[in-house]
Design a protein around this ligand. Structure first.
Ligand code: TYF
Ligand code: FE
Length: 373
């Protein structure tokens, strides 16, 4: 009996898809030069690497932006024939690739495909004078992919094919340190949460149904998927019936199907990060003053000055392990699709459940201004 349990436990903890960390996030855009400028000057990234005509890349141009351990690749098309041009035409600008760093690419790729994952490209090797990497591609919801990267011994600026960027420095970090989670909007949540369970061995960390989180219009269901190490978190949302159009449905309509809804980035000092973002002209969702009236009663003692949080529109939520602070930008592209969340965790491992009502009501005010509900 005891032996069975031990065996079971060992099976349960065996990670069928060991992921080290996020490797990069790649956005497909209409004009990489200008988008890169926006992310650098508004969000404090620095351009580290580049590929384009000057480096022999005749079809795609990419700027690799860094801050903390975040690597954001901004890619545009140099012809009308690429998947980039097609993506941007259909979806508008948005996230194409959630790149994952793995230690054993063959095991990761072939295992995933065997378990029902969509194989897009089998493992291949790339190298240049700076070393070697192995890559492979697995598909996920919509036109989003997971490029798997195994770094064999690579020491270059980013990946083979990229050169160090030699343009003017844009280094003015606003304190973003890493990626907390990446959220997908889909038509059928369970289809994609099972995909992450089956193919990648992820587990459900949290489940929010429409009862928990419906306001007048923004009804949605959400499950947070997490990998074995807990380092990668992928919440997946589905629209639910509300009085009028769900914010998730608005996304699906404008994006023309499933895709990445928001990127949540970590800071260790949200007040100074958000202050800098305001100075840089980034627009945030507004929180009503009433939210801050009962904040102290709801979250108890916190280190930050509530007055300052209110000035900056920062939200707070507490769970049994601590609290978190978060804020959401308005969409950062033309269509009401992709937005950015800034989050600071002080112990809490949740997603701001206590803020859902206030947050979704401010999203609804924006939907109303856009004429979409
Ligand atoms: O990632 C989360 O779960 C939170 C809350 O449409 C959230 O950031 C959930 C759904 C949504 C916007 C924010
Ligand atoms: Fe989030």
């Amino acid at each position: 009996m005891a032996k069975d349990i031990t065996e079971l436990t060992q099976n349960a903890v065996e990670d069928i898809f060991p992921v080290e960390s996020f490797h990069h996030l790649e956005l497909y855009v209409g004009n990489a030069k200008q988008s890169a400028y926006y992310f650098c000057h508004a969000f404090g990234f620095e351009i580290k690497a580049y590929r384009g005509l000057e480096t022999g890349s005749r079809e795609r141009v990419s700027y690799v932006l860094e801050q903390g351990v975040i690597r954001l690749v901004i890619t545009g098309s140099l012809t009308d024939q690429t998947d980039i041009a097609e993506f941007v035409k259909l979806h508008g600008e948005g996230t194409k690739d959630i790149g994952l760093e793995v230690s054993d690419i063959d095991k990761a790729y072939y295992g995933a495909v065997e378990r029902g994952g969509t194989g897009i490209r089998e493992p291949w090797t790339e190298n240049d004078e700076n070393g070697t990497v192995k890559k492979a591609i697995i598909g996920t919801y919509g036109d989003v992919i997971h490029t798997l990267v195994e770094n064999v011994d690579y020491k270059g600026a980013f990946l083979p094919g990229y050169e160090p960027y030699d343009g003017p420095s844009t280094a003015k970090s606003i304190g973003l340190v890493g990626i907390d989670h990446v959220v997908g909007n889909v038509e059928r949540m369970d289809e994609w949460t099972s995909y992450y369970e089956k193919v990648f061995g992820f587990n459900v960390l949290k489940h929010f149904d429409d009862e928990n989180i419906s306001t007048d219009y923004s009804a949605l269901m959400s499950k947070v998927m997490t990998n074995g190490s807990g380092r990668i978190k992928f919440p997946i949302n589905e629209p639910a019936e509300g009085k009028r159009k769900s914010q998730i449905q608005e996304y699906l309509d404008f994006h023309n199907g499933p895709g990445v809804q928001h990127l949540a980035v970590l800071t260790n000092d949200i007040i100074s990060t958000v202050h800098a973002l305001h100075e840089n002209g980034v627009e945030f969702l507004q929180t009503p003053a009433t939210y801050y009236e009962d904040l102290a009663a709801r979250v108890g003692d916190i280190d930050e000055d509530v007055q300052r949080l209110q000035e900056l529109n920062i939200l707070v939520d507490r769970d049994d392990e601590g609290y978190l602070l978060q804020i959401f930008t308005k969409p950062v592209v033309d269509r009401p699709t992709l937005f950015i969340e800034i989050i600071q965790r002080k112990g809490a491992r949740g997603f701001g459940e206590g803020n859902f009502k206030a947050l979704f009501e401010s999203i609804e005010r924006e939907q109303e201004r856009r004429g979409n509900i």
